[in-house]
Write a protein that binds this ligand. Structure first.
Ligand code: SAM
Length: 434
């Protein structure tokens, strides 16, 4: 116990590195799942392990302390809290760093049930940085948790009025409120977003969101929305995805390596929904001919400049196929099917243009909510999550047998938390002559 205390003292730090925070949050969720499954020893071991991780953020250390307390280890939990509280006290006057110092400290205080002190820090943070979105979101979330909706909305309004990003701010707050299960506030922010919606890209973003909330008929115009979204996003796509620790292309890369496919430049490969070409580099050693297709001209334009493909074309994955049957030895589709609800047409198209014995590698976001009985669900992010059952059923209907590989991993981070994805590698049956 004293070992843990000693390590705690050195490890609990202020940390706003999204990637690190997301990793720790993922592990906290894992520990919570172990507790729920009654595996208390494993949960306790994981909690201790998290606390020993170098650089465990102060606010997440408190969350681990709460889990330890739930595990009936009040004494150890208290050590964690005391240690965290010392750290909080040392940063209470860091007006120079409201986002990295005051806000995590406020969150930790709220988790410790010290709401008044937490609010003082939230106020200090927002006075010091009224234009900072993270700070405004943090304070609004605190107020929502305290059931002070009107005040939370006033914070969002103030932020949106003070900044140029009236539309983006309103959409962002709508997502946060939705995430906090605060429908009323989310709807109010959506109304504000509607008022400030100026461009086609913004319209597309808004439509996806409205559809996800059942406030608009489900996105019939997948094509139009994707074009608007990605044309508007193309220039910043690579840097944005890097910030979110995008792991989609690496998931495909790891799968290729795990499948032990020989790196012979012998295959005709299609990168379906190639975007800016993040997969091109690692597909190259497997390809004699590398094709990239996408719907967004702006994304294709960036791919063209990078020069990673032999052929690039603008194609809609859900339209009638433009390639001859059996053209490709491999199709890779990373982080694209999230923009589709039903996958029947796209998977049939893939099946028809794949050679017998050819490989299909794809990623989707993982839906593990048993209440989702339709197999997929659209979220305010504008993306869908798909269940494993739906994926396997639809693959089978498109002529693919049981996947050779199906695994889950972190796809990227969003709102400081990991988004989990499913990677599937499946091989079209080879022709057999009897
Ligand atoms: C998140 S990006 C992924 C890009 C790339 N595969 C990667 O891993 O970086 C999704 C891409 O899918 C494309 N897309 C969305 N709907 C499409 C459709 N119906 N047909 C073709 N491409 C589509 C978008 O234009 C965008 O470039």
């Amino acid at each position: 116990m004293s070992d843990l205390h000693a390590e705690q003292a050195t490890n609990v730090v202020l940390e706003i590195d999204d990637a690190k925070v997301a990793k720790v949050i993922g592990r906290i969720e894992e520990a919570r799942a172990l507790i729920d499954a009654g595996e208390t020893d494993a949960a306790m071991a994981l909690c201790k392990d998290i606390l020993k991780t170098p650089g465990v953020p102060l606010n997440t250390a408190v969350k681990v302390g709460l889990l330890i307390r739930d595990l009936g280890q009040a004494e150890i939990a208290e050590l964690v809290f005391v240690n965290a509280y010392e750290k909080i006290r040392s940063v209470m006057d860091r007006l120079d760093d409201p986002e990295r110092a005051l806000l995590p400290a406020a969150e930790a205080l709220a988790d410790l049930g010290r709401y008044d002190e937490a609010e003082v820090l939230c106020r200090k943070a927002i006075d010091a940085a009224p234009n900072n979105l993270t700070v405004a979101v943090g304070y609004a979330a605190f107020l929502v948790h305290r059931d002070r909706l009107e005040e939370a909305l006033a914070i969002t309004e103030r932020y949106c009025d003070l900044t140029d990003s009236k539309f983006n701010g309103a959409i962002h707050f709508a997502m946060i409120f939705d995430h906090l299960n605060c429908d009323e506030a989310a709807r109010a922010c959506l109304e504000r977003a509607k008022k400030h919606c100026k461009s086609k890209t913004q319209r597309a973003k808004l439509d996806f969101f409205l559809a996800s909330k059942g406030m608009k008929k489900t996105a019939e115009d997948q094509h139009g929305m994707a074009v608007e979204l990605f044309d508007g996003f193309a220039e910043n796509y690579d840097t944005q995805l890097e910030k979110l620790e995008n792991n989609g292309p690496s998931m495909v890369l790891t799968a290729l390596e795990d499948l032990n496919l020989p790196k012979t430049r012998s295959r005709r490969i299609l990168d379906a929904g190639c975007g800016t070409g993040l997969c091109a580099g690692f597909l190259r050693p497997y390809a004699k001919e590398l094709h990239g297709i996408d719907l967004s001209v702006k994304m294709l334009e960036i791919s063209r400049k990078k020069g990673g493909y032999d052929f690039l074309a603008r194609t809609d994955l859900s339209e009638i196929v433009t390639y001859p049957e059996g053209k490709f030895d491999m199709i890779v589709c990373a982080d694209v099917l999230v923009y589709f609800g039903p996958l029947t047409t796209v998977l049939r198209n893939f099946s028809s243009i794949l050679k017998p014995g050819g490989w299909l590698l794809l990623t989707v976001e993982f839906e593990n909510n048993p209440a989702v009985t339709t197999g997929f669900k659209l979220y305010p992010s504008g993306r869908h999550k798909h269940t494993n059952d739906y994926l396997q059923k639809t693959l089978a209907e498109a002529g693919f047998p049981k996947p050779k590989m199906l695994k889950h991993a972190r796809l990227r981070n969003e709102l400081g938390a990991p988004i989990f994805g499913t990677l599937v590698a499946v091989q079209k049956p080879a022709l057999s002559f009897v």
